[in-house]
Write a protein that binds this ligand. Structure first.
Ligand code: BES
Ligand code: ZN
Length: 579
């Protein structure tokens, strides 16, 4: 039986436990030439099919570990799932080897020309496997309900460095880069990058990788990583992945961060020069427990990954920067959630505002929104408020301990809560949170004196002195709440007073440009153009492309499309196709 709407993995078939992957990176053809050996948990007892997720893979040969050819065929192509493979295993087979190459359009990969990198001299390649792109690199049981260990070796052109979300092993005489992942991971956490990369130590268990020209700024921005690790361990227990290294990505990286184990990937837009955007670091670190250690069984329970992680992120932030700062982030999240819920309702898709979703036939990248993040966060806050912090902390720690290195679904969590705190679910009306649309009205509000102060100045032109101590979150709240009716003169004054158009902070700049464009203050057009021409992070592309005058949006997308990541291309194209 299939166990995940986004995978052909069948629980009646063998279980892949470990794979050995060899890949040669071919920048000219934009392909990986690969060989993978998939080791089964146990040799087959009888002849049996094995269905593997795959997308765009050119398979050259399938053999047993001893080299005997195995019968195989592609399964029908599905727009969401890809083109899976069925291999027919005879009795007694414990491992199989596939020789193949990836497609030049592999959905997990972005190939960058030298001109798209910071240094401008070497090409760059990186992977992004979440949600269901690992199958475009390796034929696997690509569902988060299965975990695998692996070892890998990458052959890259001379002068380039390969890094992987895994433990590096000494470079062989063959010049290849070797890696090993001893902890079992869900396949979406498979990750690597190749480029002109250098690293700098931040603490005994953390270093940062980046292109040489970015490295110093990156090391400064994330210098406090060990404080994050300490705060997180105090909350959630020992860090189980040995190292927490960081990789600062090229600007086209489509996300803020990706929690690849041992090597978190981070957008360079976090390099604001003042450490003001490190909540994203806290978020990806938090995934080391919520998501990477305890993993959602399928994308239908994505809130278990992201809602828990936002909750954990804000607890880390509270420990490091105090409850006021955490409350500001929560307030910002609530605003984003309300806007998303309104959008889904207007689009006639309120079912996508449930925590527990039905995603059969739906691409998880298409279903992506802030709902699992912020509604999930609020549900956990609701439980925390009802039970009391200390008791809820214990409940959470026992949840993590009970399911470490396993997958869990919404019902598993509900059973855990009911066992630990009988009656609590009914008390907070958990069913409405999980299976109802929108935000239930027992959601706790996030109040703080800084929020109150902010509320008083929204819509006015504040004095410079009043904003001197504002954090990024305060600027975002202020700009987002500014009425779109101020008019160009007032907006120009606001810009002149606070130098918003030259802000080094991508969050502030994006919030400002969105406000200005939505208010028809087209003087910012050149700045907005420069921004969407440099940055490929979807969180910024989405609001800016939506707010740009349509003609300009089309022109800019045509000019920049090839530089965006495939996922970002798809998202912006979808947005511009809407009337
Ligand atoms: N795991 C996500 C990114 C992701 C989600 C990639 C789904 C592909 C599919 C990551 O942890 C994340 O949530 N990043 C956020 C960070 C933010 C919430 C602090 C981002 O990219 O903005
Ligand atoms: Zn996340």
């Amino acid at each position: 039986m299939r166990i995940d709407p986004h995978s052909v993995t069948d629980d009646a078939q063998s279980v892949i436990q470990h794979f050995t992957w060899r890949a040669r990176v071919d920048f000219a053809q934009r392909r990986l030439h690969c060989e993978v050996t998939l080791r089964l948990q146990a040799p087959t007892a009888a002849a049996t099919p094995l269905d593997l997720d795959a997308r765009g893979l050119d398979v050259e040969a399938v053999t047993s570990a001893e080299g005997a050819p195995l019968r195989w065929a592609p399964l029908p192509t599905d727009a969401v799932l890809g083109t899976p493979l069925r291999v027919h295993l005879p009795a007694g087979v414990g491992a199989l080897t596939l020789r193949y190459r990836t497609s030049a359009e592999a959905s997990a990969l972005q190939w960058l020309d030298a001109a798209q990198t910071h240094g401008g001299r070497q090409p760059y390649l990186f992977s992004q496997c979440q949600a269901i792109h690992a199958r475009s690199l390796v034929p696997l049981q690509d569902t988060p309900s299965r975990r695998v260990t692996f070892d890998a070796s990458l052959e890259v052109p001379a002068g380039l460095t390969a890094v992987m979300a895994a433990a590096p092993r000494p470079r062989g005489a063959d010049g290849r880069f070797h890696f090993e992942m001893p902890q079992p991971i869900p396949p979406y956490l498979l990750a690597f990058a190749v480029g002109d990369l250098a690293c700098k130590a931040l603490s005994p268990r953390s270093q940062v990788w980046a292109e040489p020209g970015v490295l110093e700024r990156a090391a400064w921005e994330f210098a406090e990583v060990e404080r994050h690790l300490h705060a997180a361990e105090a909350l959630f227990g020992p860090y189980d992945w040995e190292r927490f290294d960081l990789l600062v990505m090229p600007p086209s990286f489509p996300y803020g961060g990706m929690e690849n184990p041992r090597l978190t990937f981070l957008t360079p837009t976090l390099l604001a020069g003042d450490r003001s955007l490190v909540n994203v670091l806290a978020h990806e670190l938090a995934h080391s427990w919520t998501g990477n250690l305890v993993t959602n069984t399928t994308a239908e329970h994505f809130w278990l990954n992201e809602g828990f992680t936002v909750f954990a992120e804000r607890r880390i932030l509270e420990a490091l920067e105090g409850p006021e700062v955490a409350a500001l982030h929560a307030a910002l999240g609530r605003k984003e959630l309300d806007a998303a819920v309104a959008r889904f309702e207007a689009a006639g898709a309120p079912e996508l505002t449930r925590l527990r979703t039905k995603l059969e036939g739906i691409d998880p990248d298409e279903a992506f929104s802030v709902v699992p993040y912020e509604k999930g966060y609020l549900f956990l806050r609701t439980l925390e408020v009802a039970l009391g912090r200390e008791a809820f902390d214990g409940l959470l720690q026992r949840w993590l301990a009970a399911h470490r290195f396993q997958a869990a679904d919404t019902d598993d969590f509900l059973r855990h809560v009911e066992a630990q705190a009988p009656g609590l679910l009914a008390r907070v009306d958990a069913d409405r949170w999980l299976d109802g649309a929108g935000v239930p009205d027992n959601a706790p509000a996030s109040g703080s004196s800084r929020l109150e102060a902010l509320r008083r100045v929204v819509g006015t032109l504040p004095e410079v002195a009043d904003t001197a101590a504002w954090s990024t979150a305060e600027w975002q709240l202020f700009l987002d709440a500014t009425p779109r009716t101020l008019g160009p003169a007032r907006l120009a004054e606001l810009d002149a007073r606070f130098s918003l158009s030259t802000s080094k902070n991508a969050e502030v700049l994006c919030a400002w440009l969105t406000l200005a464009l939505q208010s028809g203050h087209l003087q910012v057009l050149p700045t907005a153009e420069a921004f969407v021409s440099q940055v490929g992070r979807m969180k910024y592309l989405k609001p800016l492309y939506a707010a740009l005058p349509r003609e300009d949006a089309r022109r800019l997308f045509a000019a920049n499309r090839a530089r965006y990541h495939p996922i970002a291309q798809q998202v912006v194209a979808g947005l511009l196709a809407k009337p």
